[in-house]
Design a protein around this ligand. Structure first.
Ligand SMILES: *Cc1c(COP(=O)(O)O)cnc(C)c1O
Length: 407
């Protein structure tokens, strides 16, 4: 961040200008970001903020990580899009590296997280008919309450968040919702028509909801016994955030299918993927599924550079080490404005004393002090800094949180 941002209109004017022309499906904090580097963003007026949200984990490597920007630049100068009508010279390497990183056989490249979820659902259903032998159109998928898997009509069909659903019916059938972190309820819901159990290893949007130890291993054991797939949505929890490449590694669990997105695009382009065993992803034949942009050379180049960063183990290690700093800092605030918190790696859901304001109000106060976070529900705020954040920056943010909550 050298030269000051050059924008004709100021923050307030730009926020006002959005109102009549931009659909109101978001309620952003009143900050207008103009440039960014690493863990820091700068607004139109040149004010700097520590980014403690990191694009909901899409910016795990920080803003404009040099290796990722370099990979993108080099690819922009050579080839950006072919469609899958032709091969491109970047896709094989991306698929090889990503499958090796995740310990899987095959990769189905897509763009957004919701597309990866949709693709995972389609693949699980096809597997149920072709391999498991479920009668046509009878396959079910068991999901957890308070899930967040994206915004398409099928995905909101099994959301339990009324705001996400109301007004968008009719809904896609074939889903059963059970309480999260409840193996008995899951067991009762699984039957011979079950194609898959689809869950987040940690529920991010629900407030960084971490299941009890043994839950993920229990889901693995139960799905294996029942002869259905375990599909883990690691779009937010994966790629280093929790201290491992995948959050399921905390219980040494290997799902049949893993959904990846967000950080896979390095904060540059949307890149998502379904990764899994050959038995499952091998069910797709030409023409049955696709995407114009999925697997494009620019996405593959950036995705490969992301995998290379994760191969070093540095980011997983940072998430573990700095996660301890985060947990310690938050523990010191319990009873001093913080009611409770859940944290794993560099990821925390913090329940703020409702008497001090809503999560939104606390987020706005933090913003005015130069720290950007996002509220989830009610009085919960989510902390998910880039994995490149330094210990000093993290302690600075915790100090700001303390100031906002105790002054
Ligand atoms: C963000 C997210 C999605 C959806 O990803 P988009 O890229 O916004 O479509 C799906 N699942 C989880 C767990 C997510 O956090």
């Amino acid at each position: 961040m050298t030269a000051p941002a050059r924008t004709a209109r100021g923050s307030e004017e730009l926020i006002r200008a959005e109102e009549p022309v931009l659909a109101h499906n978001y309620h952003p904090l009143p900050v207008v970001v103009a440039r960014a580097e690493g863990a820091w963003v700068e607004d139109v007026e040149g004010r700097r903020y520590l980014d403690m949200l990191a694009g909901y984990s899409a910016l795990n490597f920080g803003h404009r990580h040099p290796a990722l920007i370099d990979a993108a630049h080099r690819q922009l100068d050579r080839l950006t899009l072919t469609s899958r009508a032709f091969h491109n010279d970047r896709l094989a390497g991306f698929a090889e590296r990503l499958s090796a990183l995740t310990g899987t056989d095959m990769v189905l490249p897509m763009n957004t997280g919701a597309e990866a979820v949709e693709s995972g659902i389609k693949v699980a259903r096809k597997w149920a008919y072709d391999v498991k032998g479920v009668p046509a159109d009878r396959a079910t998928i068991v999901v957890a309450a308070d899930n967040f898997h994206g915004r398409t009509t099928t995905i909101v069909s099994f959301s339990t968040d009324e705001t996400a659903r109301a007004g968008f019916g009719p809904f896609t059938p074939g889903f059963k919702v059970v309480p999260y972190n409840d193996l008995a309820a899951l067991e009762a819901a699984v039957d011979e028509t079950t194609a898959a159990v689809l869950i987040e290893p940690i529920q991010g949007e629900a407030g960084v909801n971490i299941p009890d130890d043994g839950y993920l291993a229990g889901v693995r054991e139960l799905t294996r016994r029942a002869g259905c797939l375990f599909v883990a949505d690691e779009i937010q929890s994966g790629l280093g955030r929790t201290g491992h490449t995948l959050a399921v590694e905390h219980e040494s669990v290997v799902p049949d299918v893993v959904l990846l997105g967000k950080a896979l695009g390095g904060g540059i382009v949307p890149v998502s993927a379904v990764v899994g065993s050959r038995e499952v992803l091998g069910v797709l034949r030409p023409g049955e599924h696709g995407s114009t942009f999925g697997g494009n050379p620019l996405a593959a180049a950036v995705g490969t550079a992301v995998v290379e960063l994760l191969e070093t183990g540095e980011f997983q290690r940072r998430a573990t080490e700095l996660g301890a700093v985060l947990r310690e800092g938050l523990a010191a605030l319990v009873g001093r404005g913080v009611v409770g918190f859940r944290a794993r790696g560099l990821w925390a859901g913090v329940d703020v004393d409702p008497a001090l304001g809503t999560g939104r109000e606390v987020s706005e106060r933090l913003m005015r002090e130069g720290v950007l976070v996002k509220d989830t529900h009610g009085s919960t705020i989510r902390l998910a800094p880039p994995l490149t954040v330094t210990g000093a920056e993290l302690e600075g943010a915790l100090g700001t949180l303390e100031k906002v909550l105790t002054s």
